[in-house]
Design a protein around this ligand. Structure first.
Ligand SMILES: [Zn+2]
Ligand SMILES: [Zn+2]
Length: 337
């Protein structure tokens, strides 16, 4: 099999050929047809998020089942599955037992503590694989598996408010903006300074307001979700929300948050972070994804151009989400929907 591997923090990804792994008793061997590129992959490449190097990143995996571990039930050879960031949980810690497996004390994370989907093949724990809505092609479904899922968890933690701000209009925001609008909310999109292309993209998806994060809409917002990894955006977002409003930090890594006046937090404003996902987030989100008719905007790259995809993510040059296509799928037809 072919992988794109990161040997150590700050190393570029390297093409490595390896033997195809065999699934353990509770695992599936999957032929990858598409794998989304997430900002977390960039943080792993930069050593900002812990990982077991050398590591094959990638946790927005779509593929087909090639081989089934002997204890696995409910899957068939050839079936399409999705593999998310949450690769395995312990099943018995206090968090696992209280419906918060996203906070498990001994988790495995796809593409961080175990090899992920920047590859032609991957093994994954069957209990943590998802069926995906048929209405999405493999490429279109890939960004749902983290950008969509984490966005969905963040949107639920933002509460039921009508006016939602999204700061950093990339892969996650472009999906979750459509969900928010479908739910009947007003969505306000905040982009990098001068990124009129991202602002136009946000308006084209139905956002009622789009502008740089230095500007503020006329109305106070009920909640703001921050997808950009920039700590200075947290105190700025606090100034955008009404009394009792929430600021949700949806990224796994952020630069330091500068000091701010207590008056900005006063009046029961809240700041919270979103960590990982539960399997319930997945099943509820894929239902919403199918019902809402949302579409993902993707830019595809051959697997071996993973470094180029990561560079384009880093510089903000992508519109929507980057998706890697391994060589076998690239030459097949029908995957691009
Ligand atoms: Zn646990
Ligand atoms: Zn991710």
């Amino acid at each position: 099999m072919i992988t794109m591997q990161i040997d150590a923090p700050h190393a570029v990804l390297r093409r490595v050929e390896r033997p195809i792994p065999r699934p353990r008793a509770d695992q599936l061997l999957i032929a990858v047809t598409a794998c989304g590129v997430c900002r977390t992959d960039l943080h792993i490449a930069d050593g900002e998020v812990p990982a077991n190097y050398p590591i094959v990143p990638g946790h927005e995996i779509v593929g087909h089942v090639l081989e089934i571990g002997r204890e696995v039930e409910g899957f068939q050879i050839g079936q399409r599955v999705g593999v998310p960031w949450l690769g395995r949980t312990c099943g018995h810690c206090g968090y696992c037992l209280s419906g918060r497996e996203n906070l498990c004390d001994a988790p495995e994370f796809t593409g961080a503590t175990r090899d992920g989907g920047y590859a032609t093949h991957v093994v994954a724990d069957a209990h943590f694989c998802f069926a995906l809505p048929d209405s999405f092609s493999d490429v279109a479904a890939a960004p749902l598996l983290c950008a969509g899922l984490i966005g969905w968890r963040a949107l639920r933690l933002a509460g039921d408010g009508r006016r939602i701000g999204l700061v950093g209009f990339g892969a996650a925001a472009h999906i979750i903006a459509q969900v928010g609008i479908w739910q009947g909310r007003e969505v306000y999109a905040f982009t990098r300074e001068g990124d009129t292309q991202a602002q136009a993209f946000a308006r084209s998806l139905g956002c009622c307001w789009a502008g740089p994060s230095s500007e503020r809409p006329r109305q106070d917002l009920d909640a703001v979700i921050i997808f950009a990894p920039v700590g200075a955006l947290v105190p700025a977002a606090l100034k955008l929300v009404r009394k009792g409003g929430r600021v949700v930090c949806a990224g796994i890594h952020m630069s330091d948050i500068p000091a701010f006046a207590y008056a900005d937090l006063w009046a029961e404003r809240q700041i919270l972070s979103v960590a990982n996902l539960t399997r319930e987030d997945g099943t509820s989100f894929f239902e919403v994804a199918a019902q809402s008719g949302l579409r993902t905007v993707t830019e595809t790259f051959p697997l071996e151009q993973a470094n180029i995809a990561l560079d384009r993510l880093r510089t903000g040059a992508l519109t929507g989400a980057a998706v890697l296509i391994p060589p076998r799928a690239e030459t097949a037809t029908g995957y691009h929907g």
